[in-house]
Ligand binder design. Structure first.
Ligand code: GTB
Length: 213
């Protein structure tokens, strides 16, 4: 059975690739698995049919052979475990790559999301002006540590892995923020991820999906 993922019927970003179906598309492209995309309207995210797939009423979801998954991290990990190309064979290296996935989602992404919420959802609050620099300092703090570990290497731990796919996906959210500019090795790391043919295909497909007539 063909893999089916869900995405916004129309992403609010107009196809900039910021919604989380892009990381799932990227993983599927890296391992060469064909897939179909089902667009979901915002209202339908909270209706029973979609809630049966994802109780939190969000995208992306993943369906294959009677298996339904939600959470982009879980979906990418499942894809990486099922198909060669995104996780090393050596058990220790594999565990470290998975650790980087968790670091991306649990350590680096939270302050980035906090910043997005502070700007988009709370930007009109009287305290927002004071809060945004505090939140941006939290982002910088994690970027500083990540930058120190990456150093001058191409990827976080040897060859490109699902850990890099997830970390680059998370960092792409702040690509235009100016925050990465203080960390040239992280900016170059993100550019390396974006230059991968699999990412290019994923990006082009989500753009075409979000700009279709
Ligand atoms: N932890 C979950 C995961 O990783 O899968 C989070 C899923 C999630 O937040 N999905 C968002 C969603 O469905 C889309 S990605 N939101 C609708 C809802 O919950 O009602 C977040 C996102 C949305 C839009 C932009 N954008 O337009 O720039 C960027 C990121």
């Amino acid at each position: 059975m063909t893999i089916v993922i869900t995405a916004f019927e129309r992403s609010p970003d107009g196809g900039r690739g910021l919604a989380r179906d892009t990381r799932v598309r990227w993983a599927l492209e890296e391992v060469g698995q064909p897939y179909e995309v089902r667009g979901v309207q915002f209202a339908a995210l909270k209706e029973p049919a979609h809630l049966a797939l994802n109780p939190f009423g969000s995208i992306p979801t993943f369906e294959e052979d009677g298996l339904a998954l939600f959470e982009s991290g879980s979906i990418v990990l499942h894809i990486a475990q099922r198909h060669p190309g995104l996780l090393p064979d050596d058990p220790h290296a594999r565990a470290r790559a998975i650790t980087w996935m968790f670091a991306a989602l649990n350590t680096v992404e939270p302050p980035i999301l906090e910043r997005a919420n502070a700007r988009l959802l709370e930007g009109d609050k009287p305290w927002s002006h004071d809060r945004i620099p505090i939140v941006e300092d939290r982002v910088r703090d994690q970027l500083r540590k990540l930058s120190a570990r990456l150093g001058e290497t191409d990827w976080l731990d040897g060859a490109f892995s699902a850990g890099d796919l997830m970390m680059v996906s998370v960092l792409l959210r702040i690509k235009t923020s100016g925050l990465l500019e203080a960390f040239p090795n992280l900016a170059a790391y993100v550019a390396r991820g974006e230059a991968r043919p699999a990412y290019q295909r994923a990006f082009a497909d989500q753009l075409a999906f979000n700009t279709r007539p």
